[in-house]
Design a protein around this ligand. Structure first.
Ligand SMILES: O=C(CO)COP(=O)(O)O
Length: 252
């Protein structure tokens, strides 16, 4: 059976307790669209408050440390995320790869730690504009999959891949539906190489300037199993419009 469409809001470094009402509105909307799996990844400081109030949506982190505990000032472990009520974490976002020097190897170590703590993982991959212009998008993305995905028995069922072309994040620019389909097909083929037949069941999300107006078209591209949404996830209205586009009419 195909997975439910998966729509994930990545709040990045946005949100204080003033956002709790918005989160509640998203959760109520998620309850009306049971055909869609809805999740929000707020900053660490809001995970517990959102998780305590969420009835339908899943709550996750945006990163975790690879170690279980220790002298890592400012970091948060996967077990701490789980303890706060998170059920998943995003890993290897391009902003962390670029601004925090996260390599594929670091992302894989974090993913292994997250799985060990009982979390699901959303592993992000994506090429820069220069890499796309050089015709390397597919090779870059497949290399990231090869080296940053966790592997092992039963792992594929707890992994989601998010394809986020770096040049489409926060820019309002999106690849053509054909280009999204082509790279998602390549990702699917690579997932099958990595995970065998279990790779066919891994959800692949598209991320990068997804909004209420373009969601239906982007979500219809080949092998797109949902969306990882930044800016448009910060308001319940625009985020729920994307959820609606993913699942068709709800009960409203
Ligand atoms: O990076 C993203 C989600 O992880 C995408 O961000 P935007 O939707 O703001 O482009």
């Amino acid at each position: 059976m195909a997975n439910r469409p998966f729509i994930v809001g990545n709040w990045k470094m946005n949100g204080t307790r003033a956002m709790l009402a918005e989160a509640r509105a998203i959760d109520r909307g998620a309850a009306r669209h049971a055909g869609v799996r809805v999740a929000v990844a707020p900053p660490f400081t809001l995970i517990q408050a959102l998780a305590e109030n969420a009835e339908t949506m899943a709550i996750g982190g945006q990163d975790c440390h690879a170690a279980a505990s220790g002298a890592y000032t400012g970091d948060v472990s996967a077990a701490m995320l789980a303890d706060s009520g998170a059920s998943f974490t995003i890993l290897g976002h391009s902003e962390r790869r670029a601004m925090h020097g996260e390599t594929d190897e670091i992302v894989r170590a974090k993913a292994e730690a997250a799985l060990a703590a009982g979390l699901e993982v959303i592993v992000c991959v994506g090429e820069t504009e220069a890499q796309r212009d050089a015709g390397q998008a597919e090779a870059v993305v497949c290399g990231q999959l090869d080296c940053s995905l966790p592997v092992g028995e039963g792992v594929a069922g707890r992994v989601t891949v998010a394809y986020e072309p770096v040049w489409a994040i926060g820019t309002g620019r999106v690849p053509s539906v054909e280009d999204i389909g082509a790279i998602h097909r390549a990702i699917r083929a690579r997932l099958v190489t990595i995970y065998g037949e279990d790779g066919a069941g891994v959800s692949i999300l598209y991320g990068g300037s997804v909004n209420a107006a373009n969601a239906a078209e982007l979500l219809a591209a080949d092998e797109v199993g949902g969306a990882l949404v930044g800016g448009a996830s910060l308001q319940a209205d625009s985020f729920l419009a994307i959820v609606l586009a993913a699942g068709g009419p709800g009960e409203e």
